[in-house]
Design a protein around this ligand. Structure first.
Ligand SMILES: C[S@@+](CC[C@H](N)C(=O)[O-])C[C@H]1O[C@@H](n2cnc3c(N)ncnc32)[C@H](O)[C@@H]1O
Length: 362
């Protein structure tokens, strides 16, 4: 038997992204819908970090959940399929209208996430959401609309686009971020040489499942870091117990070298090659995305690295087209090697005009 949310009728898609990247975020959603033969139009506002695509027809949750997979999206941090609205939330009692609107789904939920865009104007809404959540959890549990132990049930997302209104949607646990607003709360380690450390920490948490990470990353493994200085990424890998060769003509921070796990080689990351193969390649060189993609694809398709995490800088306007070009270049190199591959790209919370990707043979 299918879990209950499969049959909920949905009218829109709701996503959260980095403010300023709404066009890319909705462009990807529209492409997935188009591919599934579903028509819709984007109604999100610029710089809000919040995107909504209204569907021309009502579709079942199950169909939308199959058509749009978060793992295939680069610019969405969070994803849910919308079934209702609540307005008139400006009064003292915001809980009752939200409870009434949530009941329209006709199914209980395993969790409630009250979320807002990450844009400057939306910050007070995110704060309102954090204040509202405990009261909602109490009320929803009282009326058995919330059943935290039934993890097979969908999660309820309440997005706050404005102080007086809310959009309500559903997600399955395997097709949404586990973190509210799709943002993992990470603390900067005091010894880390640069804030870039957090980008790699987030990449491992976001681009791989915990089970995949356990399987593929172990102390004692060997890694190469291309464009390593001042050493935030190398430092993180060293802290996970990996031996790192850090390639950069620039200087590495003393605290990175003090780990005793990092060998600094002053060389060009495009021409340097290791003896034998390594478990992980990471690359954060500031270069054209196509050039980085070609390089990383060659390392992984040739078996020089078993898997890679790499960053693509996207200062250009046509970002979706540029990423498509990168995908094609990677595809070409793996075809040459007669290999399949797994490529996941995401604009992380710690990414600015850039995205971070994971590549491995399939
Ligand atoms: C964004 S920084 C890397 C930050 C690093 N991930 C960290 O966590 O500290 C980019 C680095 O790439 C290096 N770089 C750029 N082109 C390079 C090349 N062709 N070979 C080696 N390093 C390169 C730069 O010297 C710079 O240190």
């Amino acid at each position: 038997m299918k879990p209950a949310p499969a049959h909920v009728d949905c009218r829109f898609v709701m996503a959260l992204c980095r403010p300023g990247f709404e066009t890319e975020c909705s462009g990807e959603l529209m492409a997935r819908l188009d591919h599934a033969g579903i028509n819709g139009r984007s109604v999100g506002s610029l710089d809000s970090g919040q995107v909504r695509v209204d569907l021309d027809n009502i579709h079942r949750f199950e169909l939308l959940d199959r058509a749009i997979r978060l793992v295939s999206l680069t610019f969405s941090r969070q994803l849910a399929f919308g079934f209702g609205h609540a307005d008139g939330l400006a009064g003292k009692d915001r809980v009752s209208p939200l409870l009434d609107a949530a009941k329209q789904a006709g199914t209980p939920f395993s969790a409630i996430l009250v979320e807002a865009g990450d844009g400057a104007e939306q910050r007070p809404l995110a704060a309102l959401g954090r204040r509202l959540e405990p009261a909602l959890v109490r009320a929803f549990a009282k009326y058995s609309v919330l059943r935290p132990r039934r993890t097979e049930l969908a999660r309820l997302h309440i997005h706050l686009p404005a102080p007086g209104s809310a959009w309500l949607g559903l997600s399955a646990a395997d097709n949404a971020s586990p973190w509210s607003m799709g943002i993992p709360r990470l603390r900067m380690p005091s010894q880390a040489p640069s804030r870039s450390t957090l980008k790699l920490v987030e990449a491992f948490m976001t681009l791989l499942t915990p089970a995949e990470l356990e399987l593929t990353m172990r102390a004692g493994q060997r890694a190469v870091d291309l464009g390593a200085a001042p050493g935030g990424w190398s430092w993180h890998l060293a802290n996970r117990g990996l031996r790192v060769t850090a390639i950069d003509n620039g200087p590495m921070a003393p605290q990175a070298l003090a780990t005793g796990m990092i060998e600094h080689v002053r060389a060009d990351g495009f021409t340097w090659r290791p003896d034998g193969s390594v478990d992980w390649l990471v690359c954060d060189m500031v270069e054209q995305p196509a050039r980085i993609s070609r390089l990383v694809a060659d390392w992984v398709a040739s078996g020089r690295a078993r898997r890679a995490i790499f960053n693509l800088k996207l200062p250009m306007k046509k970002r979706l087209e540029e990423l498509e070009r990168c995908r094609r270049l990677i595809d070409d190199r793996f075809r040459q090697a007669s290999l399949g591959f797994d490529l996941r790209m995401r604009q992380l919370y710690h990414d600015r005009e850039e995205v971070t990707a994971y590549l491995a043979p399939r």
